[in-house]
Each structure stands twice: as C-alpha cells, then as structure tokens.
Design a protein around this ligand. Structure first.
Ligand code: PLP
Length: 375
C-alpha cells in the first residue's frame, strides 16, 4: 500500500480496523497494560505522583492500540486525523464540525482564548481565586489586566462579582474548579451566562466534567448555540488518561473558532494523540470504569482523612482539597522526602493541600506517609 496517496476514507477504515499497523509493522506495542507507568517517571523509581491530577490508569486499550497502529502514519501531517476526531466530537456534542477547535491539550485552548480575547485591545481577564492559573499567566503575557475574585464561602465562583469586574475581555470559569474540586451550581452559571453582555467572552473550563456527578452540576456545552460569547473547553488528559499525549478541544460558535484559529500554530496536535483520542471515544467502558475507580479511591481517602480529623472540600473531580490546619508548604516538602508528591501551594488557601486521587494502593501509601508527617 502506498501511504503517500492514502485517502481520508481509507484512513478512517485503517483506524477503524486497526490495520494501519500493516503499513509499517511496529516492533513493539503499547497495547499492553504493563507498559503504562503509573507511579513513577523513572524506571525502578518508587515515587507516588499525586501532584498533577493525572489519571493513574492511563489510556484505554483501544487508544493504546490506535497509537501503535498510527506509527506508520507518523511521517504525514495529521489533517485526516484532525477531521475524523472533529467529526466525532461534533456528533458527541450535537454541534457542527466548524464549532470544534482541537488543541495541544486544553492548555492550548486556554492560551488561545487569552491571546484572542484579552489584552490592551480586547479587555481584562477575570478569574476566580484560587483557580487553575495557566490562563492568568497567558493573559498577563498578552498585556491584559488580570482580576482575581475570591471564591464564595462554599467554594463556588462568585459570578455576580466576576461579572461586575469584567471590562470587555474574558471571564474564566473553571467548573469543577481546580484546585478546590468544587462546582459552581448550574442555575447560577446559567443566569450568569444569560446576563453577561455579548462583548465579554466567557470560557467555561470543563476539564473535570466527567468526574462531577452532583445534581447541581451541568455542562454548558448545550448553551453554546444560544450564546455567541460562550466557549467551553474539554480535555483528553483527565478521564481519558492522555495527559502525556496532549489533546484537548473547545466547543464554540463558528466565528469564535475562526478567530482563535488565526492565533494557532498549524497542526498543533500530533497524529498519535489524535488517533488515541478518536479510539477513546469508541470505548463505551472507559469513562464509567474511570468514574467508578476514582469515586471508590476518593471515598476511601476522604473517610480515612476524616477519621484523623482532616475535612475535605466536597470533591467533584479526580482530586481533593483538604485543610491541613497548618501551613501546607512544609508538609508538601516532608511528603516529597517520603517520595509522595502532592499538589503545590495555592496562596489563597495556604493551609490546604490539593491531592490527586490515584489508585487505592497509592492512596494507602499517601495516608501512611501523611500520618507520619503530621504525627
Ligand atoms: C482546570 C484545568 N484546565 C486545563 C488544564 C490543562 O490540561 P491539558 O492541557 O492537559 O488538557 C488543566 C490541567 O491540569 C486543568 O486542571
């Protein structure tokens, strides 16, 4: 088969049939669970990594197979891979193909939003405090004023205050919020989206969407077609276990996608990530399994912490935040000395620790180290 003249249809067939491996037969396959490194980045190391809200189970077997199968297409630009994934995401989210923009992780989407909608010509960035900080530095680098609005006492976004602080520009709503794992209730979010004037863009970051199961939470993707100033970002890094591969996307009106694309590097998502993301969407078991495993390990961890007097903020994500009742920085350092890596300091909550939920065995290791450190 001549890989130079591969058509889009043929490419889809190849991916679907898992036969692309026939183009170049790889000498090894990632499609073996034993190859997924979950606790350590260094061979033979024994670090328990609960610091970056990663998924310890890794990509699903279909995604690992798709990566292997796409080795033979690594010499091609990923146009077809892009289109296949966009088609699937458009269908999944009930929007048109031209309303999806893929990114090199959702981090690239956040950066593009800061570059397109904030800065001296566009306006300020308004974000919660604490929240996921990447977009704050993107906006600052773009010359924008950044306004931080403290979360409410229930760790929701204070949407009326955020709206009052906006001057054109962009309001960033992280829901569920990193680092607090808390949600902003759906009625409040809907009312805010309706009230926000069209000249202010709203980015709702739903990186942790799949882990939220409380009745007060909802995705706002269905609102995109009614609100031309709304953008919603998602990622394959969390429930799909692809943080190292880099793939995310946003759903937005066509005009917004076009404006953002002008700022974007061409072909920023690599073909392995695209193939893996496409295959992940075809696996009906991966999401429910990941949700169940996360919930079980989270319940175990929060109840063990509660037994020794540490209460967590109710979590709707694959991490928790809990009050250590004394400055967290020395605790983070002491945990690291025991080879357990936990989340960094979030200055707005100086006594709180952000802890990723790993496998139950990792949480057991965390708990025994934490008990020793706090003794
Ligand atoms: C809330 C939130 N948004 C976006 C990202 C970026 O994720 P990625 O670029 O891997 O999609 C993260 C990463 O942890 C996050 O916590």
């Amino acid at each position: 088969m001549n890989t130079m003249s591969i058509s889009r249809r043929k490419f889809a067939q190849l991916l679907g049939a898992g036969a692309a491996a026939a183009i170049v037969r790889p000498r090894f396959s990632f499609a073996k669970p034993t190859q997924v490194t979950t606790t350590s980045l260094t061979p033979g190391g024994n670090i328990v990594r609960l610091s970056a809200n990663e998924n310890p189970y890794g990509p699903c077997p279909k995604a690992l197979q798709a990566i292997t199968d796409s080795f033979g297409l690594a010499c091609r630009y990923p146009d077809e891979h892009n289109n296949i994934l966009i088609d699937k995401l458009a269908k999944l989210n009930s929007v048109n193909h031209d309303q999806i923009l893929l990114g090199d992780g959702s981090g690239e989407i956040l950066k593009l939003c800061a570059e397109t909608f904030t800065g001296p010509k566009n306006g300020n960035l308004v974000a919660a405090d604490p929240t996921f900080e990447a977009i704050l530095s993107n906006a600052t680098a773009n010359g924008a004023e950044v306004v931080k609005v403290p979360l409410t006492t229930s760790f929701a976004h204070d949407l009326p205050k955020m709206l009052a602080a906006a001057k054109g520009g962009l309001i960033y709503v992280c829901n569920p919020n990193n680092p607090t794992a808390s949600i902003t209730p759906k009625d409040e979010l809907r009312a805010f989206i309706t009230k926000t004037p069209p000249e202010t863009m709203i980015l709702v970051d739903e990186a942790y969407f799949h882990f939220a199961d409380c009745p007060d939470y909802e995705s706002v993707i269905p609102l995109v077609n009614e609100h031309p100033n709304l953008i919603v970002s998602r990622t394959f890094s969390k429930i799909y276990g692809m943080a190292g591969l880099r793939c995310g996307y946003c759903v937005a009106p066509k005009e917004t996608v076009e404006r953002m694309r002008q700022q974007q590097m061409w072909d920023s998502v690599n073909c392995m990530a695209l193939a893996a993301a496409t295959a992940s969407l075809d696996d009906p078991d991966h999401v429910p399994n990941g949700q169940r495993l996360n919930k079980e390990a989270k319940q175990f961890t929060t109840s063990e912490l509660e037994k020794i007097g540490y209460k967590s903020i109710p979590s709707q994500a694959n991490f928790i935040m809990f009050d250590c009742k004394k400055p967290v920085v020395p605790i983070i350092k002491a945990m690291k000395e025991k080879n357990v890596h936990v989340g960094r300091l979030f200055p707005a909550l100086p006594t709180h620790m952000r802890l990723t939920i790993g496998k139950k065995s990792e949480m057991e290791t965390f708990l025994s180290a934490f008990r020793e450190v706090m003794a």
